[in-house]
Ligand binder design. Structure first.
Ligand code: HEC
Ligand code: HEC
Length: 275
């Protein structure tokens, strides 16, 4: 009897702690604006939102996409997911220092880089409708965030934190088994994707210049994002699966293949001597 009472109390206590934790976390979450801006600005925000959700199919963005992914494939829920590629508060981090470009880059540049790498496509010209609309949507999602430009790297305050584990222990053989258990139904036996999930390797996937092609980035993203709706992998499982996925072939990244003809470039904000 006494034992049961003790158990009940423990459950109550944990229940309260869980609730308090959920509340605290909810407090930290920046609110998503509940209304679009009025007039043409609001229309451009909504266009940007559509492009993020339908990147590979929308007639404006499709010419710049070279695979079967949309921005929302990785920036879950159109970037409103709080953890997995969140766009919340992102605009507040830009302009930011980018070690890769060896330059300070704008949010627009950052968006366009994801076209060349994660979308395995062609960089839309700076100032094009696609580029402005998506940047406007992401900026709108940061409404009310305090500007806090990032002097270290082009990442917002909610970027995926890198797991602190020993990457040399990531085991692709175990990852293969875990992939079959947790991922195969939606992403397919050959990583080619199904009606329920996009490709994760092969010709229709992101290229080897994309963030997710690096095992630590992929594992850290999986930890907060997959399986979809129930991100429940242990850190080791995430590392093993990431090592398995990224062991496969995917398109190669070569900058020249992803830049538009010079007259359509706008200005590519990069120091050419740095790859
Ligand atoms: C294959 C996955 C993938 C796709 C598709 C993708 N991205 Fe990304 N993107 C990433 C990853 C990974 C990062 C780094 C995020 C991190 O480390 O938290 C990133 C970073 C970004 C950032 C910077 C975020 C920050 O915190 O500063 C922006 C902006 C962005 N992407 C925009 C886009 C847009 C717009 C599209 C569609 C045109 C797109 N991405 C498509 C994976 C992807
Ligand atoms: C219930 C189906 C489902 C399961 C199970 C699932 N995913 Fe996904 N996954 C998706 C969908 C759908 C997306 C794209 C999100 C969107 O469009 O909203 C996605 C996106 C991804 C992406 C980024 C986009 C891309 O295709 O490169 C990766 C990587 C990924 N999943 C890996 C995994 C791994 C690894 C597992 C197993 C641990 C897993 N997923 C389990 C449905 C699923």
């Amino acid at each position: 009897m006494l034992f049961r009472q003790l158990l009940t109390r423990l459950f109550l206590l944990f229940g309260c702690l869980a609730a308090a934790n959920a509340w605290l976390h909810a407090e930290e979450l920046p609110a998503i604006p509940d209304e679009y801006p009025a007039g043409p600005l609001g229309e451009v925000v909504q266009l940007g939102e559509r492009l993020v959700l339908e990147t590979k199919d929308h007639p404006l963005s499709k010419p710049y996409v070279g695979n079967q992914l949309n921005c929302t494939s990785c920036h879950l829920d159109g970037g409103t997911h709080p953890d997995a590629g969140s766009f919340l508060q992102v605009a507040s981090a830009y302009p930011a220092w980018s070690p890769r470009e060896n330059r300070v880059i704008t949010l627009e540049d950052r968006v366009l880089n994801c076209f060349m790498r994660s979308q395995n496509g062609i960089r839309p010209p700076n100032g094009s409708r696609v580029s402005v609309a998506i940047t406007t949507y992401i900026t709108w999602l940061s409404t009310a965030s305090k500007i806090q430009m990032n002097e270290k790297k082009p990442l917002g305050p909610r970027h995926v934190p890198e797991l602190k584990i020993d990457w040399s222990k990531a085991n692709p053989e175990q990852g293969k088994l875990d992939y079959q258990t947790y991922c195969l139904d939606c992403h397919g036996q050959d990583g080619q994707g199904t009606a329920d999930g996009p490709p994760v390797w092969g010709p229709q996937s992101f290229n080897d210049g994309a963030g997710l092609s690096r095992v630590p980035k992929m594992a850290s993203w999986l930890k907060v994002g997959m399986p979809l709706g129930d991100p429940s992998l242990t850190e080791q499982e995430a590392a093993d699966i990431a090592a398995y996925i990224n062991r496969h072939e995917r398109p190669k990244f070569k900058l020249e293949w992803h830049l538009p003809e010079a007259h359509r470039l706008g200005e590519y904000n990069s120091q050419p001597s740095v790859p």
